[in-house]
Ligand binder design. Sequence first.
Ligand SMILES: Nc1ncnc2c1ncn2[C@@H]1O[C@H](COP(=O)(O)OP(=O)(O)OP(=O)(O)O)[C@@H](O)[C@H]1O
Ligand SMILES: [Mg+2]
Length: 365
Amino acid sequence: MKINYVKLHNFRNHKDTLVEFDDGINTLTGQNGQGKTNVVEALVVASTTKSPRTSKEHDLINAFETSCFVEIEVQRNFGKVKIEYFIDKEQGKIFKINGNEIKKMSEVFGNLITVYFSPDELKIVSESPNERREFMDTDISQLSGSYYNLITRYNKVLFQRNKLLKTERNREMLMAQISVWNEQLAALAAPIIRTRKGFIEKLTGPAKQALKDLSKQTEELEIDYVGAKGTTVEELKKEILSALEYNLERDIELGYTSIGPHRDDIKFSLNGMDARNFASQGQQRSIVLALKIAEAEIFSAELGENPVLVLDDVFSELDTRRQKKLFEVVSSYQTIVTGTAFKFPKEQAYTNFRVASGIVKKMKK
Ligand SMILES: Nc1ncnc2c1ncn2[C@@H]1O[C@H](COP(=O)(O)OP(=O)(O)OP(=O)(O)O)[C@@H](O)[C@H]1O
Ligand SMILES: [Mg+2]
């Protein structure tokens, strides 16, 4: 797939911007603080409903305005898809797909499928489990809107169970109600974990290979899901249910649910050692790059068409070998890449856009 154009109106420092992308590599260049990342941020929101750099959607509205609007046209193999969103300080966020307002956020996923990579993505390896769950959930949701619905429903039930744990002081009342929530929670947890494990299994092969290519065959990557044991949904449900029962006293004390997919993690091991604690910064960066390359491959295989690669400020951080590898990968996708400047080989075809003070200009080749 490819993005034909993006229009931004009062989106961050873009008053009225139209960017008509070409196939292949599109570079957004300009000095710091001019609005390059803002453009790619608008694309990621259209793809995953969320900004990679803020959870406050009001931040996306120009500081002197009360609402903003983004329109994106995507060329799919079956035709064109128009994605629009409107964010208003009072009304919140509204999405439209092909002119129809959508009712569930899950319907946004699957229209524009992106692989997003920025230096900040290092957090997938280096930071808390929450970042790794977010990584899995966003990726899986791009392939399956029903997975996103499952997560939403799980979180609602979890909220109810936690509320009961926190507020019900009468033990008998608590005991009478908790088993219903345990049952519901386990029934939703099991397919979530099953799907995540399947995703990790698919990701591992291509990610291992990509890391080997990046590291001259020396680095052996393992990826494991850390959570309930079991393979089938039935096994997982049983496992979760008994863990909820086993941990009930602790949960009552804590006032929240201490086990389940909302606490699970992914473990990345490099040559047998936990990458979060033992891998160097450069090695961690390579793992994330390998994950992104693997992601692009899985998305292409599952969709039957390529995702769009959105790379914010990543080239300058990579050494020549890694730049070269990324470049090889990038050449088969529509890629939108930001940076202050690029030094591409002479024969490399690409389209450059200059970004200055929220104004984007396509440069003559
Ligand atoms: N809500 C907003 N309203 C107005 N301006 C904003 C808003 N949010 C961010 N900006 C402005 O956008 C600019 C930053 O844009 P962006 O992050 O896209 O820069 P960049 O070109 O990617 O820079 P760098 O090369 O440093 O990454 C800053 O000048 C900032 O003040
Ligand atoms: Mg930037």
